[in-house]
Design a protein around this ligand. Structure first.
Ligand code: ATP
Ligand code: MG
Length: 249
């Protein structure tokens, strides 16, 4: 079963074409990892999936809803079903970790303060950050910031969670912890995740499917094992991290 589709999407910024008839299916209940060179358009694909961007041409369907047909208001409501863990965590500096995580619940639900407190505590606990609840973002390490961002992304039980480079720039141990956390959160939510990552060990550890974006389109898609065995020289060059091959450097 698929949870989302991008169907022949094209998107340009000015005269820079980022996506060219790009199609991608997101399987429900799985972790799909999106790989590709820097600037390939991976973050743009995540933004398409939660309606932060619309394609110039083509269609994006998420949970059976064609995002282009939603009004601005309905899109904002719809987005509550989708969690987004941003590359730079994007927490509010002036609020404690707990208040940051509570924000989606305060803004988009009518839950009581007691219920919100309980959910925030449970969510922080599930990412191992309960003790940091009253701390300010500036006091946290990089790995803790990422986990706080994860907690905020999942606090309202979204069916789909999008992670943009969740482990980039972190040490191997924290990378391991974050990879496990993404996997565990997907199971707890019984949901679906899309992870943009350059970290192949992490992708092999958590991914069910891999999609590779190259020159505006998905050039390879399959289970992790299938993509690892791809005969496409572009895919192999990327996975080997080789300077030699068809990818223009
Ligand atoms: N709002 C925007 N205005 C203009 N150009 C943009 C905008 N957003 C993205 N781009 C351009 O679109 C291209 C794809 O950007 P995107 O951020 O999706 O790539 P990416 O694959 O996530 O890259 P990275 O690995 O560096 O994060 C880049 O060339 C970028 O400069
Ligand atoms: Mg990006």
């Amino acid at each position: 079963m698929s949870l989302a589709f991008i169907d022949n999407a094209s998107l340009s910024f000015g005269n820079k074409v980022v996506l060219r008839r790009c199609s991608l299916e997101i399987k429900e209940g799985a972790i799909t990892c999106l790989i590709g060179l820097s600037g390939a358009g991976k973050s743009t694909v995540l933004r398409l999936l939660n309606g932060l961007r619309m394609p110039d041409v083509g269609r994006v369907t998420v949970m059976g809803v064609d995002l282009m047909t939603l009004s601005k208001r309905d899109l904002i409501d719809f987005r509550q079903r989708i969690g987004f863990a941003f590359q730079f965590s994007a927490l509010f500096d002036s609020m404690t970790v707990g208040d940051n995580v509570a924000l989606p619940l305060r803004e988009h639900t009518r839950l009581s303060k007691t219920d919100i407190d309980r959910i925030v505590n449970r969510t922080l606990d599930s990412v191992g950050l309960l003790q940091a609840r009253e701390q300010m973002p500036a006091e946290l390490s990089g790995g803790m910031l990422k986990r706080a961002g994860f907690a905020r992304a999942v606090v309202n039980n979204p069916r789909l969670v999008l992670y943009d480079e969740p482990t980039t720039g972190l040490d191997p141990i924290i990378t391991h912890v974050l990879t496990d956390t993404i996997k565990r959160l997907r199971q707890q939510l019984d949901g679906t995740a899309v992870v943009v990552s350059h970290d192949l060990d992490s992708i092999y550890a958590m991914g069910d499917y891999i999609a590779m974006l190259f020159e505006g389109a998905i050039i390879e898609y399959g289970t992790v094992e299938e993509v690892r065995r791809s005969v496409n020289p572009i895919v192999q060059q990327f996975l080997q991290g080789s300077e030699v091959g068809p990818i223009p450097i």
